[in-house]
Ligand binder design. Structure first.
Ligand code: PAF
Length: 280
């Protein structure tokens, strides 16, 4: 695995591959890698000739009171992990490569950011859209891979690609879960033993909501109440429980065909998100 830090080196390496007609699969990450990231790498390897992974903890997607400083970073461990997985290139840009002096090209995330995490994390999706756009311009991948755990993020990026006519295909891949159902996330590391047990309730509440819907329940308030009842004794704060349109991420009044059930809550001081896409 080649580790690349400069844009010039990245251009040199990838230009040759592109000229040879190789397909480039790209997995952008913020590091602290886990099985969820690895599954994206595997999809990318199956569908492309070359795989590039980037690690960049992107300051602009963190709010002023969020965890940018304490966000887990372990480049050595990540390197080992990716090398073992057979990744071809690891791109670890400097902050100034992503945000050169006087950088102004911030990308607005569009109407999808008005819902779910958008209002709870002002500026977050603008930061995500900006860094992903910048990374796409640098890596110029054929396909980029995102996890369904960050469902809204993946939708925003797919919409951005469509709006700006970027020459990249977006692939959204299934959530990877721990044995007890907790969605894998770098932030799970923050959880104490007790909190980690409590966090199971998120998956359990989603399963219960799905069961209710499949048994004919269509009343959104009752579905949300069932989720809240399971979460109430386990989590410290509920940011939102939403039944949304999977295309727009906007809350729905009735369930038709497919519904996105999305949760954001705090276990201790750790904010966790999860979702189920329920098909009727
Ligand atoms: O999902 C993430 O890890 C980040 O939001 C991303 C897409 C790498 C942008 O910083």
């Amino acid at each position: 695995m080649k580790i690349i830090r400069s844009i010039k080196k990245l251009d040199q390496a990838l230009l040759v591959l592109r000229q040879k007609g190789k397909r480039i699969g790209f997995v952008p990450t913020m590091g602290c890698l886990h099985e969820g990231h690895l599954s994206l790498v595997r999809y990318a390897q199956r569908e492309n000739d070359v795989v590039v992974v980037s690690i960049f903890v992107n300051l602009t997607q963190f709010g002023p009171r969020e965890d940018f400083k304490r966000y887990p970073r372990d480049l050595k461990q990540d390197q080992k992990f990716l090398k073992k997985a057979g990744v071809d290139y690891l791109f670890v840009p400097l902050r100034t490569s992503i945000y050169p002096k006087n950088f102004k090209n911030f990308i607005e995330p569009g109407p999808l950011a008005r819902h779910l995490c958008g209002p709870k994390r002002p500026g977050h999706f603008r930061g995500v859209a900006t860094v992903v756009h910048r990374l796409f311009k640098l890596v110029k991948p054929n396909v980029a891979y995102f996890g369904e755990k960050d469902y809204q993020q993946a939708r925003i990026i797919a919409e951005l690609v469509r709006r700006l006519r970027l020459p990249v295909k977006i692939r959204t891949c299934p959530i990877v879960r721990e044995k007890d159902g907790l969605a894998m996330s770098s932030r799970n590391q923050y959880l104490s033993k007790k909190e980690r047990i409590c966090a199971r309730a998120i998956y359990q509440s989603l399963k219960q909501a799905k069961k209710l819907i499949h048994s004919g329940e269509r009343n959104i308030l009752r579905i949300k109440r069932a989720i809240r009842e399971i979460l109430a004794s386990c989590v410290d704060k509920i940011d939102y429980i939403e039944v949304a349109n999977p295309k727009t991420c906007a809350p729905v009044k009735t369930i038709r065909n497919t519904a996105l059930i999305a949760i954001a809550c705090y276990v201790g001081s750790t904010r966790l998100i999860d979702n189920f896409l329920v098909k009727l």
